[in-house]
Write a protein that binds this ligand. Sequence first.
Ligand SMILES: NC(=O)c1ccc[n+]([C@@H]2O[C@H](COP(=O)([O-])OP(=O)(O)OC[C@H]3O[C@@H](n4cnc5c(N)ncnc54)[C@H](O)[C@@H]3O)[C@@H](O)[C@H]2O)c1
Length: 441
Amino acid sequence: MDIAIVGSGYVGLVTGVCLAHIGHNVVCCDNNEEKIKALKAGKVPIYEPGLDELLEKYRKSGRITFTSSIAEAAKKATVIFIAVGTPSKKNGDADLTYIENVAREVAQNMDSYKLLVEKSTVPAQTGDRIARTIRLNLPAKHKQGKNATLEFDVASNPEFLREGSAVEDFMNPDRIVIGVESKRAERLLRDIYKPLKATIVVTNLATAEMIKHASNSFFSTKLSFINSVAQICDRVGADVEKVAEGMGYDKRIGRSFLNAGIGYGGSCFPKDVDAFVRLAEKSGYDFKILKSVRDVNEQQKEWFVRHVEDKLWIVKDKTIAVWGLAFKSNTDDMRSAASLTVIEALQDEGARIQAYDPQAMPNAKKMLKGVKFCDDPYAAAKGADCLLLITEWDEFRQVDLAKTRDLMRQAVVFDGRNFLDARALGELGYEYYGIGRGGNA
Ligand SMILES: NC(=O)c1ccc[n+]([C@@H]2O[C@H](COP(=O)([O-])OP(=O)(O)OC[C@H]3O[C@@H](n4cnc5c(N)ncnc54)[C@H](O)[C@@H]3O)[C@@H](O)[C@H]2O)c1
């Protein structure tokens, strides 16, 4: 099938490449000319394991092409996936400006049936708004009064991939959700995904939009729940890792998203929780659980900073090593990363920061001021009064901890992800502070 993807970021690019991989002809579009220039030259603008090889293969074979023109992308394609950003407004609403822009531009260039598919995460009823925008912006020759004479459909096909394992997640989905209002749209989407042999859940548009919001909000809820449990563990001498393990064996609960830490970040959970709270408010419902989830997440980051300050005693002029900056491992994405809040708060108290991240430093350099960015974990630890582990990169498990200890001024570790081997660190003479590990180790 001929498919266009509008928005070639973390979601759009992975979707485009994977759709090419399962046999479709894909044109990826983005209004960022630099990005398109790089992609045409075979350069992948993001770090995502496995993406480079697939992109190179299908770029060379011509199954995937790139353009900065929506008109050009939409010309041949029957199905157009919208994968542009939906960031938060100041009041928490999802900012749907990019979605509207794309819908308008597609409409202005429509000359045959098109199926517009929401891949971006959007609040319920956005599909109706897109359909209206298309009707309003169709060329006069395709309208009779207020009515469109050219057929089109709008569908929702939310994306559940995780950055860091996006290609793998796309190719092996737990389920594919399609929200449709016509049999034609359902048939087209079923055909596109046939090669994946996945379970397909078919709903109406609004339900599919809700599934995505409810899913991300539920993950966030699990994380804030276990972070609250961790707080009590610290106070009563229990180990949250064992609590999560003991809970996780119960199939009704599951072990995933029960990792205590310094709070969730990233481009999705914070903004999607905000948008869901606002959607609820506007529909007349006070979504109290979700408001608490958000508060607990903020508190967790603040608590971590206070905890470091308390144990360090004097923060001013101390050197603090930071391992990991990305909001999670295996990505270079720094959007709403917890590292930003933690580093800026400690800098405000007069600390000097030496940081290392395997992939996210180019993005981090654009967002953090006054940080010394280092070439490896040892350089970051050199002369430090304590070390903060912020992102759970596998690389940090390979580091020689004895060598690190000897490089540091004080062997003190705050493990913000309960990722390092607490016992090994203790044996090497480190003071180790995890999250919810019973007060100390
Ligand atoms: N990142 C994730 O892990 C993830 C997972 C599931 C869903 N989502 C959702 O997918 C959507 C996209 O997220 P992302 O992380 O890929 O964002 P992103 O910022 O990486 O990519 C969005 C792209 O859209 C482009 N764009 C904006 N307006 C455009 C226009 N008018 N025409 C063409 N291109 C335009 C931008 O230049 C950018 O490259 C969001 O709604 C997000 O919530 C993201």
